[in-house]
Design a binder for this molecule. Sequence first.
Ligand code: F3S
Ligand code: F3S
Length: 110
Amino acid sequence: TFVIGAACVDVMDKACVEECPVDCIYTGGRMAYIHPTECVDCGACEPVCPVEAIHFEDEIPEEQREFVIENARFFAEPLPGRVEPLGDPGGAARIGELGVDTKFVEAYRP
Ligand code: F3S
Ligand code: F3S
């Protein structure tokens, strides 16, 4: 799957959201997250990000490895203030902006 890395934090340009044919890029508070199983690996999002935050998971720079986990965690574990995990919403447009991040991203200092 493709993942969004550190460069998105506090930028969250959202050009990628428009580009994704399956609407699997979800916006949090400080960054956006790609759903690991809804993403069909088309790669359309990667070149449109102005800060080059999007990487194929195996090609993300080593120091950003944690972001591979965080992209998945955003859906697999309850977000702050929620009881249930997001799971597989089947499209970002239908649930709108989440406005919150995983604990790691919330506390992330570039
Ligand atoms: Fe972030 Fe780049 Fe998308 S800054 S929201 S990954 S276009
Ligand atoms: Fe969408 Fe990018 Fe995956 S455009 S399908 S999130 S590779």
